[in-house]
Design a protein around this ligand. Sequence first.
Ligand SMILES: [Zn+2]
Ligand SMILES: [Zn+2]
Length: 251
Amino acid sequence: MAKLIILGSASALSDAQHDNTHLLLITDEQHILIDCPNNPYVRLQQVGLDPLQLDCLILTHFHPDHVSGLPTLLMNLWLRKRKAVLTIYGLRSTLDLFEKMMALFDWDQWENRYPVEIHYLANEVNQPVIHNQTIEIISSPVCHLIPTIGLRINHIQNGQSVVYSGDSEPCENVIDLAKGAQILIHEAAGEVKGHSSPQQAGMIAQQAGVTELILIHYAVPAIHSSPWNHEASSCFGGKVSLAEDGMEINF
Ligand SMILES: [Zn+2]
Ligand SMILES: [Zn+2]
């Protein structure tokens, strides 16, 4: 079983119905949080997960709308007397800034803090991230304002794949990462440097040959009154939908 839950779907400006973009991947073996804005400790409980069950985090890049929740989440797990190791994956540039941020909170002085293991991902295509009996995750650099990764989740048993673009303008590496995948979850913050419009996301989905495109990291509330479906479908023949907070993708 692999289940991806959309914990947040908004770009940098969130609202009451749309948290900043982050995702929870659940397999029989592990609970994996992808990005960490705002207050995941509460968000995880809202989707029925005790945050103590988290095994690892993957950070796509060090922008506030993707990492601002880290100090609170890590402190809350400490207050809950977590004992188990928490493993964090990301690019070295991301994780160096993460450690600097946590040093501001003196996290080395937190008494009896649980261990945190840091795993650096090379800023190169097709890097292995996590591998368990159900899924494997690989990362590739994408085209954003700072070093950023996109992720491909391959279901080992049924051969299905889900790809998350991360924050990216139209990018060859996203096309390569998404080649032949069933679902591409692509950001749609708008046609500005480092980001993509729904139409551009559609172009990437078409070139990658995916079955389904899910738009995420969009501007709220503007997206809901825009012709996003028409725009994305103008260059992509598959199904297009809009990620919403709480949406579950089973694959
Ligand atoms: Zn960003
Ligand atoms: Zn962002």
